[in-house]
Design a protein around this ligand. Sequence first.
Ligand code: NOJ
Length: 749
Amino acid sequence: MKLFLKTVLLSAIVCLCYPLSAAPKSDDGKVSEKEIARRVETLMKKMTLREKLGQLTQLRPSTGTVTGPSGEPMVVEDFIREGCCGSLLSVRKSEDITRYQRIAVDSSRLGIPLLFGKDIIHGCRIVFPENLGLSSSWDMDVIEKSARIAAAESAAYGIAWTFSPMCDISTDPRWGRVSEGSGEDPYLGSAIARAMVHGYQGDDLADKSTIIACVKHFAAYGAPQAGRDYHTVDMSERMFRDRYLPPYRAAVEAGAATVMSSFNDFDAIPATGNKWLLQTVLRDELGFKGFVVTDYNAVHEMVEHGVAADGKEAAALAMDAHVNMDMVDSDFIKYGEELVREKRISEKTIDMLCREVLAVKFRLGLFDDPFRYGGKARENEFYLPENMEVARDAARKSMVLLQNNDDILPLNGTERIALIGPYGNSGDEMLGAWRGYGESSRAVTFLAGLQERFGRENVSFSEGCKPFAAIEGGADAAVAAARDADVVLLTLGLPSKCSGEATSLTSIEVPQAQRDLLDAVAATGKPVVVLLVTGRPMDIGYETEKADAVLLTWHAGTMAGKALADVVSGDFNPSGRLSMTFPLNIGQVPVHYNMKRTGRPMLDPASRAKYLSRYMFTPNEPRYCFGYGLSYTTFDYSDLKVLTPEVAVGEPVKVSVKVTNSGKRDGAEVVQLYIRDLVASTTRPVRELKGFERVFLKAGESKTVEFVIRPEDMAFCRRDMKFAQEAGDFHVWAGHDSNAELQGMFTVK
Ligand code: NOJ
């Protein structure tokens, strides 16, 4: 009873001290920034140095996800009570979120609410395709909706902060985290970054269904040497600004509330202690106003990097670089007071760091109602049927038809289908890495989806093998199933556990056990459609030789089976396009469409000349280029018109192109626009994407698509290091993929 009274009293005091609902609002109905700043200052005046450091500390409860050293065992409840914890990472159960929040609000001196963060990167309860898959949809609307739904479900679960979007450009499929990003291109990556931030954060953070985004991993985490996770990143500042920075910038400009500093070093200085990155670039140049959290344990890892002698020095480096929150290793709370006493960090710096964290908590409305996120009452907000349909749409739009010999797909609906392979009847394998609070039991398997669409009796299933091992009798059963059917749908690829963090590989081929299964099944002579389940580009030369068709399904999420059935039945005409190049073999890596020009280019792929930038025994061209993807119909391009053949610096360029659905089925095409700067003060890429539009065309229908290339789209890091446009001549291409042939020209004077 005594405890209850204390609880009620404290809650009342907290609400009286920080009521925001009654606070002055701006014209848009939101609490004004001025009012937030006032509230922050009032609160800060009451805080001890230790409590301020507490706000800069994110802890992991013992039941939270571990993605690195688990740190010293600690009772997080005690830290929360003492006001020494501002945020919790990856709390598993919704009821625990409420419990921890209750401790913070009722039992800590100032009752400052906790901020709960988690990696909700492609869905919370409803899981969408892994991000690389989503990006292959080139559909900003569906991507934004996926983030919107993820936010609403996270908020209902109790999570107000997602560590997404991952804006790391990567050109290396050895790096497993390519699955979490949007591929190799800065223009597409920027569009996706904007869509996701807007999806998560909406227009008002104080809305109970929006959550804050975290742009990660700042910076250049997607370029580790040799594709090995956490490895050194070393690139020129120019390359960084031209290719890697744009998506982070887009996300920051879209208003992302937080940014995560990355594990890697950048120009020999770990990002988490890199003042140039976190202050000069992020805040001074990009104008970021929120707060920076480190990646997991990244402060302390500066000791292992060899730039700090111990945790205390590491904490000083990070704070001085303008890191606001220390994820998991707790060096800030351990050493912060000492650092201030020794005058290595000023209290003013701590105040600034703390102020920025508190402002975000106020913007989220956490002081208004600390329990607004999560709670029993919100459980009915999961798995809403209309949201499940968005997941289905996202999944089918993400699938990329890579090969379709003799138009074997779509199926005509009368075939007996043998679904074979290790991923065909697994909900778990559909969810991929970082599946939020997704439940594999809710995932529609390929088998379930196909049986629902084609009839139970018409679809058999045989596992055949495990991802990396044969199973006894597996191949024989699969062969029998194939013989009994008219067509084989064979799932091959890499399991979820080979996707995401710490999953670097030196081979991106289909594992041998699965190849053996393919051999056995193909030997039956039955037509084989490979369903490629993967979170990264793979070398599938062997498979394309043996199979009739290849459909890249990715780890397609909760609605995988329904989406697959839509595509193979022809109910949905595939429209996915690669956002990352598929190499011919691993030796070509990194290979991407926007490579730089060289002094000895290999312009004619058939040339036998020696002293060119080429391989002796392998072509330069990848297996599937960026932007590639087939459809059940065909699209023709004509009438490329440069509407503004001459513009001044600072003026937009307009280009139009006619696209015609020249086949027999309705379908969507992703019309793509590329440019090349012919002569510039620095070497420029052979091509750069500068526009795209998804258009739906009925069979026989044509449409003229108009693109506007804005001056900022033509800007780059010039010889003088200014990021700006230069005058000159440009080629422009429009068409189906990054090999588009229809060409025009324009001049910027
Ligand atoms: C480590 C990962 O690099 C990062 O992406 C993630 O957000 C954090 N762990 C938190 O789980």
